[in-house]
Design a protein around this ligand. Structure first.
Ligand code: NAD
Length: 209
């Protein structure tokens, strides 16, 4: 059973989420897939980006067939900030300004210290760190217009527990906390909450392989 099929079964209802506009990065598989499903099950309108086109399209079809609001999916590699900004603007135009932003997409490919090149390092930061700021920037005007919003940034327990095996990933994931705290202070007066979610080990399809 996929994460979305599990999520659809028997969650509590949160009526305040009905009709809310949600934007999620990496919503096609793994935890992101469960997030897309859970928000759709609450009656929220979800827009998400991913590079896993087949899985993302199948997820949208599954949720629509189950009678939930069909999520809006666009293929977008979040390393391309210009494309990400343009995609978010187009999706907000289609469904309305976002109430909730979830920065979920990441890549935790393991790497040995000796093997890390400048290109590898930059690529890891370009997925796991850089987009999180620009998605926050992109939702800001809409959330201010709406009188508030919620931003959720995914970190990881990995660096808290001093895990080895992926130094570029843990560097980016620890920076998520700094971004969250700095923005929370700055955006709080606009009624925009900024929080970090720090998962432990979650056995997604990818972690299983
Ligand atoms: N699963 C865990 O054990 C665990 C533990 C700690 C933290 N987390 C965090 O939770 C979040 C979700 O993790 P997950 O395990 O579901 O990850 P995952 O690898 O299973 O899924 C990530 C999703 O992001 C997408 N993605 C990857 N690179 C992309 C790119 N360049 N552009 C657009 N989309 C891209 C993938 O296609 C995939 O759908 C991540 O931020 C991760 O760091 C996960």
């Amino acid at each position: 059973m996929s994460a979305s099929q599990k999520a659809i079964k028997g969650l509590a209802q949160y009526p305040s989420l009905k009709g809310k506009r949600i934007f999620i990065t990496g919503g096609g598989t793994g935890i992101g897939e469960a997030l897309v499903s859970a928000f759709a099950e609450q009656g929220a309108l979800v827009a998400f980006v991913d590079i896993a086109t087949e899985a993302s399209e199948a997820l949208c079809a599954r949720l629509a067939a189950a009678g939930f609001p069909a999520p809006l999916f666009r293929h977008c590699d979040i390393r391309d900030i210009g494309l990400l900004q343009a995609t978010m603007a187009a999706m907000a135009k289609e469904i309305g300004d976002f109430d909730v932003l979830v920065n979920n997409a990441a890549n935790d490919t393991r790497h040995a210290v000796e093997d890390v090149s400048v290109e590898f390092w930059d690529n890891s930061i370009a997925i796991n760190q850089r987009p999180l700021f620009f998605t926050c920037q992109a939702v800001l005007a809409g959330m201010k217009k709406k009188g508030g919003g919620s931003i959720i940034n995914f970190s990881s327990i990995s660096w808290h527990i001093a895990n080895g095996g992926y130094p570029a990933y843990v560097t980016a994931k620890s920076a998520v906390i700094g971004l969250t705290r700095g923005l929370a202070r700055e955006l709080g007066p606009h009624n925009i909450r900024v929080n970090t979610v720090t998962p432990g080990w979650v056995i997604t399809e990818r972690q299983n392989n």
